[in-house]
Design a protein around this ligand. Sequence first.
Ligand code: PGA
Length: 250
Amino acid sequence: MNITIIRVPDYESMSRQAADFLLKKIRELSSPVLGLATGSTPKGLYEQLISIHQTQKISYRHVTTFNLDEYIGLTASDPNSYHAFMEDAFFRHVDIPASQIYIPNGEAAYLEHECTRYEALIDKKGIDVQVLGIGQNGHIGFNEPDTPFSQLTHVTTLAESTREANARFFSSPEDVPKQAITMGIASIMKSSEILLLASGARKAEAVTRLLSGNVSEDFPASVLHHHRCVTIIADDEALSEFTRKEEEHD
Ligand code: PGA
């Protein structure tokens, strides 16, 4: 299998291992390009990277970042925008120059043009490691089930289940935007390496389906079986169902 699975006991260890993984690239490469994700999953990873920057005085000045996605219909200063999330959870605590931070512009007047512009930037810089979470429905970025694997950065309509899952961040469920700009599956697959993180029982079913090895557009994360270099760091709870099924097989 092209997928390396690192099993860790809990969220804290997942975050630490993920930070070590990225730190290695940050140290080894002269101008590392990291693909970043939002959501609850990578928050601990960002906390670890901030702590390393602050306590070990390691600079990230040479790092460039690309975020996977952004809502359409929220201003960049809206606390629920992914611009605001990233600023708060990571960027304002570290020394990555603003000119090296790329996030799709969900406020662009011409959204199609914004998608083309973003994809061209990804092609120009090339992503060394793309960090991914996984949705309970198998989405990666905002590539919902049945997104063609061939799609590049595009405007997408969020699945109702995704809007419900993300409603916890908004004052009311109706406030969750219906659309977003997301890197496509083909954009994600261009990255040299992929690092997928999963924590908690909430993700156990999706992780089991991913590891089953069936590749199908109705489960977007399954495309990763076609990538040459994927590492999954998952905790015991996220791997619990997979392990149980494996044991039943033995
Ligand atoms: P989460 O979201 O990290 O908030 O669980 C992951 C995702 O939906 O991709």
